[in-house]
Design a protein around this ligand. Structure first.
Ligand SMILES: [Zn+2]
Length: 448
């Protein structure tokens, strides 16, 4: 066995899905999968690679727009709201070509790997040249994103996004011309030509009820259902979206998508911040999931979504770093609970283990990797070890290791990351990419 591809790993502590972490867990790996899991192994066998700290399943980032990593800092000046932020985002979206997109996405996915993210759902709506003409390969930008994830060593689901108009009753214009395929048929024709290759899968996305009319939404939903692909959509991120939708169609965005047959077990609503009881019932009735992106939602002044009510109704939750205001899955997970505490005046709506399920199993299932996100025989060997010897986690007890992890860990506490049985990150360093220097280089290529 090579050091990059261990045959057995011994974990000082491992989270196997329950309320508590287990001490002394031996995990046998075979090719890219977990062959066996043994608990109560007090000390590392001679042949095993020893991982001190707490080992958890690989984390899933179920909602990402990789190019928005370039916005970090840039959009933190001046006053405004979601819509003023969007203008800044469009300025960056207007300038990125395939070479820069590849470099930026590769470094961003590298940052995700360092944070323990082993699978990403990339909600990609950047398709065309500036001005709207197609690239020679109409999937040039989708393909560079897939290649970038492969180079960074993480799994990707390219959620190819249908975006047809600038808003309800508005033509696409400016940067939006890069997003639009013109019609749902043209979107489908382009997407059909994608060939993702190893470590990559495909899914579909309806950008939002703002950018896709009801008939086109139904076409995208039918296309995804026929292929058993995951289907995602931004949903009710802002009150204005609800108001515009009700005034144009007489129904909420959730009802519109339900009537377009979009809601199913393969569907994930992203944000779902401004929902009423009927919307929550529709999502639960459709056995759909919700992807919360709390660090972005707070950054964009979106509001606090009804995560607890959704979970109580049986809606599966997962997490995404979305605009990459931060890439830290632990911050994302605890924010679901902490933001609701501020609103409700009560604590404990979501346990640490429930939040960790959302960050692992929930996210993997939502982006079409149901065989990942759990430490069990037969699942994909995607594993993350968090050191417990840094200042933030020193003093962690076995009894409360899961709570310490979710409520106090930071991305920089991640020590080792294994994807498909192979180390991608070792002792806090990415084995293939100098992530900080590549981020810096890629972002410096953008106009100031
Ligand atoms: Zn988004």
């Amino acid at each position: 066995m090579s050091p990059e591809r261990p045959g057995e790993i011994w974990c000082e502590l491992a989270w196997l899905g329950g309320e508590r972490a287990e001490p002394g867990v031996l995990i046998e790996l075979k090719d890219e999968r977990i062959a066996s899991v043994s608990v109560g192994v007090a000390s590392p066998p001679a042949q095993a690679t020893s991982l001190p700290g707490l080992t958890i399943p690989g984390l899933a980032n179920a909602h990402s727009h990789a190019f928005q990593r370039a916005l970090r800092g840039r959009t933190q000046v001046g006053r405004g709201d979601f819509w003023t932020w969007r203008r800044g985002m469009y300025e960056v979206a207007e300038t990125i070509g395939p070479d820069l997109y590849r470099a930026l996405a590769r470094a961003t996915f590298g940052e995700m790997a360092l944070a323990g993210i082993t699978a990403v759902g990339e909600f990609n709506y950047l398709h065309n040249r500036p001005g709207g003409a197609r690239y020679e390969d109409p999937n040039a930008l989708g393909n560079v994103v897939i290649d970038a994830a492969r180079e960074a060593g993480i799994r990707i689901t390219l959620l190819d996004t249908c975006y047809l108009r600038g808003g309800i009753g508005q033509q696409a214009e400016g940067a939006q011309l890069r997003f639009s395929d013109g019609t749902a048929e043209a979107w489908a024709g382009r997407v059909e030509a994608l060939e993702p290759g190893d470590g990559a899968r495909l899914g579909a996305a309806i950008h939002s009820v703002r950018a896709v009319d009801p008939e086109a939404a139904a076409q995208v939903a039918a296309f995804a259902a026929k292929r058993a692909w995951p289907l995602h959509a931004h949903l009710s991120e802002q009150p204005a979206e609800n108001e515009d939708c009700v005034s144009a169609y007489g129904k909420s965005p959730t009802r519109l998508l339900a009537e377009a047959d979009a809601l199913s077990a393969s569907f994930t609503a992203v944000h779902a911040t401004h929902l009423d009881d009927a919307d929550i019932e529709l999502l639960a009735g459709g056995n759909s999931g919700v992807c919360l992106c709390p660090t972005t939602e707070r950054d964009l002044a979106d509001g606090v979504g009804p995560a607890h009510r959704l979970a109580e109704a049986g809606v599966r939750l997962c997490l995404g770093t979305d605009s990459h205001a931060l890439i830290d899955p632990f911050e994302e997970a605890r924010a679901v609970e902490l933001d609701e505490r501020l609103e409700t005046g009560t604590r404990g709506g979501h346990s640490a283990a429930e939040l960790l399920h959302a960050a692992t199993t929930g996210g993997c299932a939502a982006i079409g990797w149901p065989e990942a996100g759990r430490i069990e025989p037969g699942t994909l060997a995607d594993l993350v070890t968090v050191g417990l010897d840094g200042v933030r986690l020193a003093g962690t007890s076995t009894d409360h290791a899961v709570e310490s992890l979710v409520f106090a860990a930071g991305a920089t506490d991640v020590r080792d990351v294994i994807v498909g049985g192979r180390f991608v990150v070792r002792d806090g360093a990415h084995l293939g990419i100098d992530v900080a220097s590549e981020l810096s280089e890629a972002i410096s290529r953008l106009p100031a």
